[in-house]
Design a protein around this ligand. Structure first.
Ligand code: NDP
Ligand SMILES: O=C1O[C@H](COP(=O)(O)O)[C@@H](O)[C@H](O)[C@H]1O
Length: 487
């Protein structure tokens, strides 16, 4: 992470997929918030691109409707003056001449091409950008995840994109790396003398990473059904979180110093394949249930295909085969329509070697450091203390609790706000390098193959629950339980 100057040089940001879900829910709101903070130079342009036949006014009206709930109408209208639209089909030549003329190929001007479309379109879009010389100078391309659906397709995409944009121009986004707590993990680990000496298999019992959503698949079924939870969340976001927890101290915060260390972790992950996937992984799919107080349909009904075998839940036990982490399990779980929306990393330390307290004092509990990514970003350290007052020695397990919002009195910027400006500034630290994406696919591929070869359907779970009971069994077999902060 470099220092964040408040200003950035003027830029054009083209969002391919400008009418899509991600653009409306995340990218445009993030840009609007940067506009409010005066980080969108007045000459900068945001250009939405998709096939829908719209003009600037039509696109602005569409965005106005989507964004009005989160903002002041006057400021929104001011922001929308910097927003434009060009209809294009990534796969057809029509319209590209006009588009290229509108953007201009001035090499010293920052141009960001954000590919917020299905990865199948990445190659077509990049080839056309190259054809018009829009890849020159300060041009950058942002690739949304997942990049491909396996190692081969990721290689094909990366090769083709690499023919047009070099690696320094290519920003593979994983928005989890832009979340405040994830960046704070680096500071917590490497800015405090307290943790690093304990950050290894001698002192850490196990690590849990949970990304639980209450939402269902919604209208993203066409994409999601081809992906599933392992491709959608584990191959990218969750492995990146695991890397941030497990990596060795980088020599500096230079982009490649951090990414080299993450890559070593990915290379050290022990394989999960047909031989052990049955013991180490659980796939699930939600059925009808009650989520956040309302009755909701099951995945098949929501999708309109009751026969789908796509998983909406994954739990797995990963191990990192290196000196620091030998024998320390990393339990990962993620799913849609779970009981609560919560993303967190829980690091549980080993018990003290010998208890000096008698049974009447209560039992000792292992220390646990919980990094909460959302909601209520913050850090909690669970400690054992003495219950205050007379009445004998009674042990209590309590959190040292820091909510970032309470401590700093400001709400945290969305991950995309930070990452979009990092692209404009040309800072790739929080983006994935090609070899990281490939290493992640190399590990995830055999799991997908094992599931497909087994022919087993995902285990059903009720919407609003914590997933299939097999997920509980996965961790309980090792004498542990999933962390629940509400306990
Ligand atoms: N939505 C989310 O929460 C997240 C999404 N992502 C990733 O972001 C990407 C986009 O996702 P999302 O916004 O949900 O997808 P959507 O299906 O909502 O949007 C797809 C967009 O691509 C456009 N598009 C489709 N075909 C073409 C074409 N041939 N030429 C030009 N534009 C085209 C569509 O418009 P039109 O049909 O009019 O052309 C639409 O604007 C995906 O890779 C997804 O995995 C990543 C993280 C989160
Ligand atoms: O990338 C994705 O992430 C979202 C979850 O992101 P969050 O910031 O809201 O936690 C997930 O819903 C989506 O399926 C996936 O593509």
């Amino acid at each position: 992470m470099t220092a964040s100057p408040q200003t950035v040089e003027p830029f054009d940001l083209v969002i391919f997929g400008g009418t899509g879900d991600l653009a409306a829910r995340k990218l445009l709101p993030a840009l609007f918030h940067r506009f409010l903070d005066h980080q969108l130079p007045p000459s900068s342009r945001i250009v939405g691109v998709a096939r829908e036949a719209l003009d600037d006014a039509g696109y602005r009206a569409q965005l106005r409707e989507a964004l009005i709930a989160i903002c002041d109408a006057r400021q929104l209208d001011e922001f929308l003056q910097q927003v434009f639209y060009r209809p294009l089909d990534a796969r057809k030549d029509e319209g590209w001449d006009d588009f290229a003329a509108f953007i201009g190929a001035e090499p010293d001007h920052v141009r960001v091409f954000y590919l917020s479309t299905s990865p199948e379109l990445f190659v077509d879009i990049c080839k056309r950008l190259g054809h018009y010389g829009l890849n020159q100078g300060k041009s950058r391309v942002v690739l949304e995840k997942p990049i491909g659906r396996d190692l081969d397709s990721a290689n094909r995409i990366n090769d083709a994109v690499g023919q047009v944009f070099d690696e320094t121009q290519t920003f593979r986004i994983d928005h989890y790396l832009g979340k405040e707590t994830v960046q704070n993990l680096l500071v917590l680990r490497f800015g405090n003398a307290l943790f690093e000496p304990l950050w290894n298999s001698a002192h850490i019992d196990h690590v849990q990473i949970t990304v639980a959503e209450t939402l269902g698949v919604g209208h993203r079924g066409a994409y999601y059904d081809r992906a599933g939870a392992l491709r959608d969340m584990v191959q990218n976001h969750m492995l990146q979180l695991l890397c941030m927890v497990a990596m060795e101290p980088p020599s500096s915060l230079a982009p490649d110093a951090v990414r080299d260390e993450k890559l070593k972790v990915l290379h050290s992950l022990k394989p999960i394949d047909a031989g052990n996937a049955g013991q180490l992984t659980v796939r699930g799919q939600y059925r009808a249930g009650v989520a956040e107080g309302a009755s909701v349909p099951g995945y098949g009904e929501e999708l309109g295909n009751a026969k789908s075998d796509t998983e909406t839940f994954v739990a797995l036990k990963a191990e990192i085969g290196n000196w620091r982490w030998a024998g320390v399990p990393f339990y990962l779980r993620t799913g849609k329509r779970l009981a609560h929306r919560v993303s967190e990393i829980a690091v549980t330390f080993k018990p003290v070697p010998h208890s000096i307290f008698d049974a009447a004092s209560g039992s000792l509990t292992q220390n646990r450091l919980v990094l909460r990514l959302q909601p209520d970003e913050g850090v909690k350290l669970w400690l054992t203390i003495k219950h205050p007052g007379p009445g004998g020695l009674r042990l209590r397990h309590v959190p040292l609790d820091m909510s970032f919002a309470e401590a700093f009195g400001v709400s945290q910027p969305d991950a995309y706000e930070r990452l979009l400006l990092d692209v404009v500034r040309g800072n790739p630290t929080l983006f994935m390098r090609r070899d990281e994406v490939e290493a992640a696919w190399r590990w995830a591929g055999p799991i997908l193959a094992a599931w497909s070869d087994s022919g087993e359907a995902p285990r059903p779970y009720a919407a609003g629950s914590w997933g299939p009971s097999a997920s509980v069994a996965l961790i309980e077999r090792d004498g542990r339980t999933w962390h629940d902060d509400n306990e």
